[in-house]
Write a protein that binds this ligand. Structure first.
Ligand SMILES: [Fe+2]
Ligand SMILES: [Fe+2]
Length: 234
């Protein structure tokens, strides 16, 4: 299974050592081709998301930081990370090992995927069980899961809702279509509420409101210091 290989390979975190902010700057060299509305540097998208959340939820500093870092996994596009192609890094994510939900974009193409004809994988539960928790569910590979791995392995102190947002923000079948609820546990249900809140900002913050990077930088550096080590392994 290709998903497993990617996760094992990138899960080693042996490519680069850098801080969260250094990663924001590195990502700034890239534009997400999958996103036609986004013609500004990534760092603006990250800060617009974070600042919009900060305005409405001033006390949830973890959520501001989550906004800033949620897309950092896109560094997988960078040559230092093997320059993965766009399709392997961005786009919707979905569970593997059970039936593909109809709400997944390009669902019809899954009929060409051999998993669809494998009776171990093509039923509603597949290899999983009722309420097993999303943590046990294998997801397709993308920038979400990679950044989740980075945060977790580098021992972030972000609350579980922050990690959940990072990990599942491209899982549209879950947070937009309400699919795969049968695999969620209680903690997932709680965390999903935050993901839905977050998602509004992720989408609508792609406005033309400019953010003065230098002005807000000290605030975000203080949050990074609060929730992350100075250097992380990527
Ligand atoms: Fe993203
Ligand atoms: Fe985003």
């Amino acid at each position: 299974m290709q998903v497993k290989r990617m996760r094992e390979e990138y899960g080693k975190l042996n490519r680069v050592e850098m801080s969260i902010w250094e990663c924001c700057e590195l990502l700034n060299e890239f534009i997400d081709e999958s996103d036609p509305d986004l013609d500004e540097p990534q760092i603006e998208h990250l800060l617009q998301t974070a600042e919009a959340i900060r305005k409405d939820y001033p006390d949830e500093d973890w959520l501001h930081l989550t906004g800033l870092i949620h897309d950092l996994g896109k560094v997988l596009l960078h040559p230092a990370f093997g320059e993965l192609p766009q399709w392997a890094v961005v786009g919707d994510t979905f569970p593997v090992g059970c039936a593909f939900d109809e709400s997944i974009v390009h669902h019809k193409y899954f009929t060409e995927n051999p998993d669809c004809n494998n009776s171990a994988y093509n039923s509603k539960y597949g290899v999983y069980s009722e309420g097993c928790g999303l943590d046990r569910v294998f997801m397709s590979w993308g920038h979400d899961d990679y950044m989740y791995l980075v945060a977790k392995e580098n021992k972030t102190t972000l609350p579980s809702a922050g990690l959940f947002i990072i990990r599942y923000h491209s899982f549209y079948a879950l947070h937009r279509a309400g699919a795969y609820r049968h695999l969620m546990n209680e903690e997932d249900v709680e965390n999903l509420k935050w993901l839905k809140i977050f998602n509004k900002y992720d989408l609508y913050s792609k406005s033309k409101v400019r953010v003065d990077v230098e002005k807000v930088k000290p605030y975000y550096l203080s949050l990074i210091e609060k929730y992350f080590p100075a250097k992380l392994r990527w």
